[in-house]
Design a protein around this ligand. Structure first.
Ligand code: PEP
Ligand code: MG
Length: 597
């Protein structure tokens, strides 16, 4: 496309979701060149091939229109003509007639017929003197590769499995299941059109330490595979064709960051104790048993959130009780006596159930998700509960339920746990009779009934990612409304405070395991509000410990008092920034932040 022509530096602004700077060639997913094979077909198969082609053309039309819709006003003015031209190519009756004729008379497959007709057109156009006509070749090829990808059913997952050299992946979107399986040796960073800081894809990028920028709107339409680019996961930039000056500036910034990193690394082996002697527990969030080493290496005091759904997604069948038991046991034994909080299945929302025939939902985050799904699919839930209970015989396991919105759900889940315990007793299998059970506070209703929950549970863990999404009615994955996703909103702070007070009133501890716990600017505020535990993405655990050791709880409480009396989330954020810059100057440059989304 004309936007990417020439080697002029060009900066794309998005949402920084995973820290780090990488410089590599772009690998654009979803528009690769294809090798098209000729297949003979019988006379009776021709109609089917034509239908396949029609479906692929329809899909392509929708995709092009989606791209048009994604463009911002300013970009639309610049690029509208390009996509209108693409639609014209797609709907060109001459091309369609010729492809149909070829399928019927030459008896060849749809992709071969389409490819050969379109290539012939492109070759003819490229020979014209008129530059306008010559430029249409790129449009034709662009449209053609989309149609052929749709005809061949090529998926992005498949493309990601065939990367050959280290690159920056640029894609429209990456599902959490795709992100979880990225080859870190080859994917140095990724950039996507859509997404936001608390989508599960972003959370995984931080956990895997893959620098990432999302919400770039239509970057997939502006760049080409093979182009040189620099991805800045601190500030949310992708710089196409970075010049010498830019590269030099980034080199200087990295050197500055490295000097404070040396200080941060020292905190790994030190306790998370405030400057005035208050102990806080700092744990890590994990997705799979393979994260065990990272728990230790980053100085986490255990696992505050084991997102077990990653054992369930991107596979054809559910993991058996035995498989799950092995996974939970491995983590538990390796980290014993440190606590491992296993969260029961949180499928749904943006986490796909590839092997489940779940209905398409209008509002997946408000739908059949987490505990709701488990209480419906009781056998799936029972298998997991049994596996967790059995693992509890091997170390310090705790269990918590996601997305609790009322006492009835807790009651039903507890009954199932009792049933599983009885079964295990009958089978003579070991488990911890006194296993601590807690709940995540991630719906506004749960925060409001936190006292009732606290009376029945051993701990509460605030899932701020969802609590913010549900309280402020802001889809956590939608880049268009990311500016409304405000952790310091007075409503959010009151819900957090209500939860903390309820837990303490009933003598139980309360943690935060949402991304807010890993946002260093907001950590002093959470401490001041009274949390006992913070569980964050493992790579930020050293920064959090470093920061806690510099904060006095007394001053953090004053910050929280100010925050609770404020009517403006912006004012609170500003005060938090001032606070952090005072106690830990330079730390801000170490990572992307939720409020800068
Ligand atoms: C949360 O909602 O804050 C949370 C930790 O759970 P998840 O991000 O997996 O939804
Ligand atoms: Mg959640």
């Amino acid at each position: 496309m004309s936007a990417a022509s020439g080697n002029q530096e060009r900066v794309f602004h998005g949402i920084a979701v995973s820290a780090g700077v990488v410089h590599a060639k772009i690998h654009l997913i979803g528009r690769r060149l294809l090798s098209i094979k000729r297949k003979e077909i019988s006379e009776g198969e021709a109609a089917g091939e034509i239908r396949r082609l029609e479906v692929a053309l329809l899909e392509t039309r929708q995709q092009i229109q989606e791209v048009q819709n994604r463009l911002t006003e300013a970009m639309r003015a610049e690029h509208a003509a390009i996509f209108d031209a693409h639609l014209l190519v797609l709907e060109d009756p001459v091309i369609m007639d010729e492809v149909t004729r070829q399928i019927e008379t030459e008896r060849v497959n749809a992709e071969y017929a389409y490819h050969s007709v379109v290539e012939r057109y492109a070759v003819t156009l490229s020979k014209f003197e008129d530059s306008y006509l010559r430029e249409r070749v790129a449009d034709i090829q662009d449209v053609s590769s989309r149609v052929l990808n749709n005809l061949l059913g090529h998926t992005e997952s498949e493309e990601l499995r065939h990367l050959r050299e280290p690159c920056i992946v640029v894609a429209h979107d990456l599902a959490p299941s795709q992100t979880a399986h990225l080859d870190r040796a080859l994917v140095l960073g990724f950039a996507t059109d859509v997404g936001s800081r608390t989508s599960h894809t972003a959370i995984l990028a931080r956990s895997l330490q893959i620098p990432a920028v999302v919400g770039l709107e239509a970057i997939t339409e502006m760049v080409e595979s093979g182009s040189d680019a620099l991805l800045d996961g601190y500030s949310g930039l992708v710089i196409l064709h970075p010049g010498q000056e830019t590269l030099y500036r980034y080199g200087q910034l990295e050197a500055k960051r490295e000097s404070i990193l040396i200080q941060i690394r020292k905190a790994i082996d030190q306790p998370a104790e405030t400057a005035d002697g208050h102990r806080i527990v700092v744990s890590g969030n994990i997705e799979e048993p393979g994260d065990i080493d990272s728990v230790r290496q980053n100085g986490a005091e255990g696992v505050g959130l084991f997102r077990t759904e990653y054992l369930f997604i991107d596979r054809d069948t559910f993991p058996t009780e035995e498989e799950q038991y092995e996974s939970y046991r491995r983590v538990t034994e390796a980290l014993n006596p440190a606590p491992v909080i296993i969260r029961t299945l949180d499928l749904g929302g943006d986490k796909f159930r590839s092997h489940m025939h779940a209905p398409t939902e209008m509002n997946p985050f408000l739908g059949w998700r987490a505990i709701r799904l488990c209480l419906h699919e009781k056998d799936v839930f029972r298998a997991q509960l049994r596996a967790i209970l059995r693992a509890s015989a091997h170390g310090n396991v705790k269990m918590m339920y996601p997305m609790i919105s009322g006492l009835a759900e807790l009651q039903q889940a507890s009954e199932l746990v009792e049933e599983c315990k009885n079964q295990l007793r009958g089978e003579g299998r070991a488990f911890n009779e006194h296993l601590d059970v807690g709940a995540m506070i991630e719906t506004p209703s749960a925060a409001m009934i936190a006292e009732s929950l606290a009376r029945r549970l051993k701990f509460l863990s605030i899932g701020t990612n969802d609590l913010i999404q549900y309280s402020l009615a802001v889809d956590r994955t939608n880049e268009k409304i990311a500016h409304l996703y405000e952790p310091t909103h007075p409503g959010i702070l009151r819900l957090i405070k209500t939860t903390i007070d309820a837990a303490h009133k009933h003598g139980i501890w309360v943690g935060v395991c949402g991304e807010m716990a890993g946002d260093t600017v907001l950590v002093p505020l959470l401490l001041g509000l009274g949390v006992d535990e913070l569980s964050a993405a493992l790579p930020v655990v050293p920064q959090i410990k470093y920061l806690i050791r510099r904060v006095s709880l007394e001053k953090a409480r004053m910050l929280a008092e100010f925050a609770l009396s404020s009517e403006s989330g912006g004012d609170v954020l500003e005060r938090c920034l001032e606070f952090m810059n005072e106690v830990a100057p330079g730390l801000l440059e170490q990572g992307p932040r939720s409020d800068l989304a």
